[in-house]
Design a protein. Structure first.
Length: 455
């Protein structure tokens, strides 16, 4: 029988062989094992790093900075006579000493019985252009549309409007932001559009988040004439007004405007809705006869308010400060974002309207009245130094081209409009009169005239 030692040798041999194999495997694992694990870990870490690198970093959204508040002054229906001129000068001087960014005159710088002669209109333009602050003016019925009345001189309204376009709106240094650098805004005029090149008076500007629009909307039923045939001036201007408001809406949306101010001379005569719906918007007042000259304008305001959700302020010339919310939507409900403000005017000449604008707030516009101090420094300075020379005009414009009684091409208006100043027998003074094109700027040379022909 083999000995136990003999028997144990094969087992030890077998164990030693197996152990050596295990040791070899362990050593191999120790040598080769960590490499795949490290590679896998590195690959995973690299993948995670790559994923993190590809994930875009979220940049914190910066809040839109709040625009600074400002204020502007509003006049209208003044002066009505030479006795009111010194008061208006003092008002303009006092506003010039204050924080107002600019002044708006909502039309009617002459009385309803003052003559529409060239000299008076030029004097009133000079008065407004003497404002220390930039002044923007829109024409009123007294300034052109009612000039056909005998008390105003029996002028042709279209001729008077063209005279205004040349004198008041042909140069922004006269009535507007002034020379470059004088104000922080630029005016855009509808006359920049080829189709509406005669409408110098319709303006638009942008200031600290607010769009401002000036329109030629005169009293006396928007200068609608009851004579038969095509009412050319009225119909063409209604289209121009409609287009200009549409452009203002698009412009306001592009600029992300926080409010809009519309300046006109006439009260468009809103009326309470009597039965809901659109009845109040489209119905004529009982005292009106024939066509309602403001109907289209009111409809445009309703469309504007339905698409432009920010506050809208409509300013018109009046006799005393008056605020109301007269606009209704298609369901007859009050449009709370729309406010109408009527200015002070004759006989309240020593007051003006101050509009405070605070962009970014729920109530963008706030309105109050300001009284000219009885012993203001402006009034005293006015008495001692005399009137300030108008901006952009010489004190005696009759000495140069475009002066008193001169047309836009250096020719007297009496030759361009032979009937001007004479009694008008035609029931519709707008018939047969074609408005002039855009006036020449002061730096332009007068156009050459063809010699007269004897046919």
């Amino acid at each position: 029988m083999p000995s136990s030692r003999h028997l144990s040798i094969p087992r030890v041999a077998r164990f030693g062989s197996t152990g050596r194999a295990c040791v070899a495997l362990v050593m191999l694992a120790l040598v080769t094992g960590p490499a795949p694990t490290t590679a896998a870990t590195t690959a995973a870490q690299s993948s995670r790093s790559h994923a993190v690198a590809k994930t875009p970093t979220k940049t914190p959204v910066k809040a839109t900075p709040k625009l600074p508040s400002f204020e502007f002054a509003v006049l209208g229906n003044t002066p009505f006579g030479n006795t009111e001129v010194p008061v208006v000068r003092s008002v303009l001087a006092t506003i010039g000493d204050g924080p107002a960014a600019f002044v708006v005159h909502a039309g009617n710088f002459k009385g309803p019985t003052e003559s529409c002669r060239d000299e008076l209109i030029t004097e009133r333009i000079n008065l407004l252009s003497s404002s220390p602050k930039p002044l923007i003016y829109v024409p009123g019925a007294n300034d052109w549309a009612d000039c056909q009345r005998a008390t105003d001189g029996s002028y042709n309204p279209i001729e008077r409007l063209d005279f205004l376009r040349d004198r008041a709106f042909g140069n922004d240094d006269v009535l507007g932001p002034g020379p470059v650098g004088h104000a922080q805004f630029d005016l855009t005029r509808q006359s920049d559009m080829a189709r509406f090149r005669q409408y110098h008076e319709n303006v638009r500007w942008f200031y600290r988040g607010i769009v401002f629009v000036g329109l030629n909307l005169p009293g006396n039923n928007n200068n609608y004439r009851s004579a038969g045939g095509r009412n050319g001036e009225f119909e063409d201007r209604v289209i121009a007004t409609r287009v200009w408001l549409q452009h203002a809406l698009v412009y306001a949306q592009q600029k992300d405007a926080q409010g809009m101010v519309i300046v006109v001379q006439a009260d468009p005569e809103f009326e309470p809705v009597r039965g809901g719906g659109l009845r109040g918007m489209f119905s004529d007042r009982n005292e009106r006869r024939g066509v309602d000259g403001y109907k289209d304008f009111r409809v445009q305001l309703q469309k504007l308010a339905s698409r432009f959700k920010a506050p809208i302020l409509l300013i018109d010339s009046g006799k005393t400060l008056h605020l109301t919310q007269p606009l209704r939507d298609v369901h007859g409900a009050i449009v709370k974002s729309f406010t109408q403000v009527s200015t002070y005017g004759t006989p309240t000449v020593n007051r003006w309207v101050r509009v405070r604008v605070d962009p970014g707030t729920a109530q963008v516009f706030s309105v109050d009245g300001v009284l000219l101090p009885a012993n203001s420094a402006a009034a005293s300075a006015q008495k001692s130094t005399g009137p300030t020379p108008p901006r952009g005009l010489t004190p005696y414009p009759e000495t140069g081209i475009g002066g008193e009684g001169m047309g836009p091409y250096g020719a007297p208006y009496s030759t361009l409009y032979p009937a001007s100043g004479a009694a008008i027998n035609n029931s519709d003074p707008n018939q047969g009169v074609t408005p002039l094109g855009p006036s020449l700027m002061p730096s332009d040379k007068p156009a050459a005239r063809a010699p007269a022909r004897d046919d």
